[in-house]
Structures are given as C-alpha cells and as structure tokens.
Design a protein around this ligand. Structure first.
Ligand SMILES: [Ca+2]
Length: 209
C-alpha cells in the first residue's frame, strides 16, 4: 500500500478511537461505572437453559458467560483463568469446551448488565475442585443514585460435582437508574478456602419473564 494511504488510514483509525473514548468518558449525570457500561436492555437474547431442572424462566447469558472466548469479558483477580472442560450438561451449546477456574482467594466479576429492579435472578453451573470446607461467594454489585457501587452477598456455593446452582435472587434495593424501571448490576464470584469452577452464567433480568 502506498505510504500516503497508509498514513491516511492510520489517521482515520486514531480519529475513530478518540471519538469512542469521548463517548465512554461522557456518561449521563450521576451515572456510575455500572450504569455507564451496562449492556442494552433492548438487545437481550433469551433462552431457557434450566428447563431440565424444572426451571422454565427465561435467562440472558452474562457477557462472555460461557468462557468459550476466554475470560476477557470478566474482571478477574488472583489466579482465576479459563481451563479446558465444559460444564457437562452443555446447556448453551454442544461441543463447548471451556470453563473458569477460581483458586482460593481469586475472583471474577461480570461486565455490567441491564436488569429490571424487581428481583432479577442469577443462576450458573459450578463445581468444587478442592477444599472440603470452602465456599464460592456470589455478590451483586449495584449503584446508588450518586453512582457509588455497593456489593451484597446473594448466595454461596458449596457443592461438589458440576451442578446448576440454585436460583439466586438479587436481594439488594435496586434503584431505577436506567429508563423503564431498569438498572445496571454486575456479579462477583470469589473462591474462599478451595478451588471452584464456573460455567454458563445466566441472569433472569425480569423474574418470571
Ligand atoms: Ca463453557
């Protein structure tokens, strides 16, 4: 490619990046990081992955919630990383092959998701790899009207082999920070005292949708 065209193309890319940065840096008044980055409520794809467990609710997959493309959608700490081996029920797709391993002390936080304020629910698959006396703590992160982020524990996992967790209702007082009685939440998984694996992370944004 001629040098001047290469230069022009690079300039365009830089200009586009600058525009994107400005858009990200200019959220609405008082919106904190969760609201500013939430997935679009009107662009959600529903499925019923827990029907085999007599749960007909419609769920939305958390961003990157199958871990088939790594854990880049998650904010991970410690030695949390994807490993070979899917949850064995393949509710999202046959042939999937990856889950997230959480050694003791590590954590993984989903990207921000749009949900309704009336008791959204989290449900996923988990397995304990080690640590007889251990837990996988599950928290919801949400924002108040000033944009401050709060965390509330909504459940814990102690089971052994791969299994769907119970439905974990979000019991925090959620404010309608997005149009239409909607708000933004994220979920954080933290292993304590043992190693856990998680896969196929789903959220029912409107209980009983
Ligand atoms: Ca998977």
């Amino acid at each position: 490619m001629p040098r001047q065209f290469r230069f022009a193309r690079r300039t365009l890319v830089l200009a586009a990046s600058a525009a994107a940065a400005i858009a990200v840096a200019a959220p609405s008044a008082h919106a904190g990081v969760l609201v500013a980055s939430a997935t679009n409520c009107d662009d959600q794809s529903f499925s019923q992955p827990f029907t085999p467990w007599l749960d007909p609710a419609s769920y939305v997959l958390a961003p990157g919630g199958t871990f088939e493309d790594g854990a880049s959608s998650f904010d991970v700490t410690g030695d949390a990383a994807t490993v070979a081996g899917n949850e064995p029920f393949y509710v999202h797709g046959a042939g999937e092959s990856t889950s997230l391993r959480l050694p003791s002390g590590s954590s993984a936080t989903t990207a921000s998701m749009c949900v309704g304020i009336e008791h959204p629910t989290l449900r996923f698959f988990a397995r304990r790899d080690s640590g007889v006396i251990s837990t996988l703590k599950v928290e919801v992160l949400f924002e108040d009207a000033l944009g401050s982020v709060h965390a509330v524990t909504i459940g814990s996992v102690v089971s052994g082999g791969w299994a769907p967790t119970v439905q974990m209702p979000v019991v925090a007082n959620l404010l309608p920070l997005l149009p239409g009685d909607r708000t933004a939440v994220a979920f954080r998984f933290t292993a304590n005292g043992g190693t856990y694996r998680i896969d196929d992370v789903y959220v029912d944004p409107w209980r009983g949708h």
